[in-house]
Design a protein around this ligand. Structure first.
Ligand code: URA
Length: 430
């Protein structure tokens, strides 16, 4: 019997398993418009409340891959023996790691196709960050992307509309129906895009903490397991690194400011946490790519990753030497007492940067390239009353009050330092 939308919704609502046929049918018909938005939103909510098991999640992922094209990055392109490897982060505040990581791993001898997205809500998007570089172009044809992969070894560009279109439609629906936070839906959304993109190996950075989707380690571990299991099922070499996102990564949160910080890292400087995570993820990627004898820390120090960055930016029309946009208004947030900074909440800082104009509330909104937050102090630092802790940057001074409100309760000063949380919590390998 052909499935129908109401029966599929009721089956999940009542805690049943969806059959392969029901999953294939509902995803395919949703793309065609035969399953209505209200029906898919009811089904998504039933999945949030009842879950899907591993087999259902794998089938759902396959149905989303099958809704569009699948790139084959091994055909029609001569990568000169470079193994393909990609990285995906579940999203965090100040998470600019893709920017130094892609050229670093390419400089180590792999090919890195990074099809990225834009930010929505309090987490930034890689493309929004790179677009603060004058002339840089996010949209490439498949031919341009492959040519750059062949020539430079790294490409960061927008994922074309034909890759997993069911995910694009469903993600937009989930975003406005309170149905983003379901592990099977998040896992299938991420993996459908990555598998359709055609990489052979994938490292996932699964963020844990206030600034991440997953606020606690148990949920993040469950998401990491779901992601790895889908990858293994599709023949990917895959690992998931669980990393802390309770404080912003590095000092810069925004667009141009994160590009500037990434360039510092590529030139051998930058904040220690950004360098640590970049090198650790590079090591994991190189290991999956069969290049574990290359030391990414050495390659970073040699300046080769910075050279690759310059070529990668220039290949997409950007000027790697250009001056990045600077905000018209800068206001500081000062310490209200003497002590030790013990808390700088990632979510609060992410929302503040977003409200200053660095992020968008709706998909079609523009972002301000120069807006964001600079963290002048980080947890563990001794601070004095009146000392500047944060710099709020924007082109629109009316937004400063909302950013200050977002920070309420997010900055905590105490008498004694707390044991620092490890940045890298665990690694799950497929
Ligand atoms: N990122 C995605 O690509 N999809 C989700 O569902 C959540 C985060």
């Amino acid at each position: 019997m052909t499935p129908n939308a109401v029966d599929v919704i009721k089956a999940k609502r009542d805690g049943g398993r969806l059959t392969d046929e029901q999953i294939d049918w509902v995803v395919a018909r949703y793309i065609e418009g035969a399953v209505a938005e209200e029906q898919m939103s009811a089904l998504a909510m039933a999945i949030v409340l009842r879950g899907m098991d591993a087999a259902e999640t794998a089938r759902w992922t396959q149905a989303m891959i099958d809704s569009g094209d699948r790139l084959d990055l091994t055909v029609g392109v001569d990568l000169g023996g470079r193994p393909l490897v990609d990285k995906h982060s579940t999203g965090g505040v100040g998470d600019k790691i893709t920017l130094p990581l892609a050229p670093l791993v390419a400089a180590c001898g792999a090919a890195v196709p990074q099809l990225s997205g834009r930010g929505l809500g309090h987490t930034g998007g890689t493309l929004d960050k790179l677009e603060s570089i004058p002339g840089w172009r996010a949209t490439l044809s498949t031919e341009e992307m492959l040519a750059q992969l062949e020539d430079v070894g790294a490409v960061i560009c927008a994922a074309g509309a034909a890759l997993a279109p069911a995910d694009k439609k469903l993600y937009a629906l989930r975003d406005v129906t309170g149905t983003v936070e379901a592990i099977p839906l998040i896992a299938s959304s991420i993996m459908s895009k990555k598998i359709a993109e055609g990489t052979g190996a994938l490292v996932l950075d699964v963020k844990v903490g206030s600034g991440a989707f997953m606020k606690n380690l148990a949920d993040a571990t469950e998401l990491a397991r779901a992601l790895v299991s889908i990858g293994v099922e599709h023949g990917l070499r895959i690992s998931a690194v669980l990393t802390d996102m309770s404080v912003p990564l590095g000092r810069a949160v925004g667009n141009a400011v994160e590009v500037a910080e990434s360039i510092e890292v590529l030139k051998g400087g930058g904040p220690a946490d950004v360098v640590e995570l970049t090198v650790a993820l590079a090591r994991e990627m190189l290991s999956l790519a069969g290049l574990s004898d290359v030391d990414p820390a050495e390659v970073l120090a040699s300046g080769k990753a910075y050279e690759t960055w310059c070529r990668m930016i220039a290949a997409q029309g950007g000027d790697p030497e250009a001056t990045l946009p600077a905000a018209k208004h800068v206001e500081v947030v000062e310490a209200v007492e003497d002590g030790v900074l013990i808390g700088l909440d990632a979510y609060a800082v992410g929302v503040a940067a977003w409200r200053l104009g660095a992020g968008r509330a709706r998909k079609e909104d523009p972002v301000q390239h120069a807006a964001g937050v600079m963290c002048l102090a980080k947890p563990g630092d001794t601070v004095h009353k009146g000392q500047p802790l944060l710099e709020l940057r924007t082109d629109t001074p009316e937004l400063l009050a909302a950013a200050r409100d977002a920070l309420a309760g997010g900055i905590v000063i105490g008498d004694a330092p707390r044991e620092p949380k490890p940045l890298i919590i665990d690694t799950l390998r497929g």
